[in-house]
Ligand binder design. Sequence first.
Ligand SMILES: N[C@@H](CCC(=O)N[C@@H](CS)C(=O)NCC(=O)O)C(=O)O
Length: 221
Amino acid sequence: MYNDGFGMKVKLYSYWRSSSSYRVRCALNLKGIEYDIFPVHLVKDGGEHRTENFQSLNPKMEVPVLEMDGLILTQSMAMMDFLESRYEDPKLFPESPTLRAKAIELCEIINSGIQPLQNLGTLKTLEAFYQIDRGQWPDWIRHWISLGFKALEVQLAKRTDPFSFGKRPGVLECYLVPQVYNANRYELDMSPFPRIQKIYDRCMQLEPFQLAAPEAQPDAE
Ligand SMILES: N[C@@H](CCC(=O)N[C@@H](CS)C(=O)NCC(=O)O)C(=O)O
C-alpha cells in the first residue's frame, strides 16, 4: 500500500453512483493506493456539489475531486495521468506510445462521447429547457451508450488480449466498468457487445473492481 509523500492520506470526493468517481476508485484500488472517501451527495437538497464549499474545490460542480500531494485535481483523465506518474506500478497505461494513444482514444469514447450525455446535469437541462420528462431519460441514455459501445466493440474485438490492452486491466477498464454498470442500470441489451461484456466480467472477478463498485461505497443507498 502506498500513502502520499506528505504523510497525508489521499482524499477522493465521490458519489457512490457517479460513474466518473467509480473510474477513479478503480484506478486507486488497482494501484493499491490508500484513500479516504468524502461523499458528496449529487441529489439531496439540490446537490452538495452545488454548495459554495464544494465549488471552492471544483468550480465546475462535479465529482470526482482528488486531493493528494497538496494538489486538487478535477477530471478523471488528469487523475489517471497523475496517478500513473506518481505511482509507477502496476501500470494503468500501455507503455508503447501507440497503444497508450489508442487506450486514451477509447477512454474518450466514454469520457467525452457517452458520459456527458447521460450526466445528471444534462438530463435535468433537457427537462428544464425542453420538458423532456424523466420517463424519457432511459431511452436517451441507452441511445448514447449504445452508439459509443458500438464503436468500442469494433475496436476491442480486433484485440485478443484477456483485457483491453494486455493481461492486466488498465485505464480503459477503469472507464469501461462504470459505463457497463450504468448500461445495466438502464437495462441496455448487452448482447451486441460480447467483447465489452467479457472484459467487464473478467474485471468483476477482481477485488479492486469489486471494492470500487457503487454498492460497496460508504454512501451507498
Ligand atoms: N469529465 C469529468 C466528468 C465529471 C462528471 O460529469 N461528474 C458527474 C458525476 S458522474 C457530476 O458530478 N455531475 C453533477 C451534475 O451534473 O450536476 C470527469 O471525467 O471527471
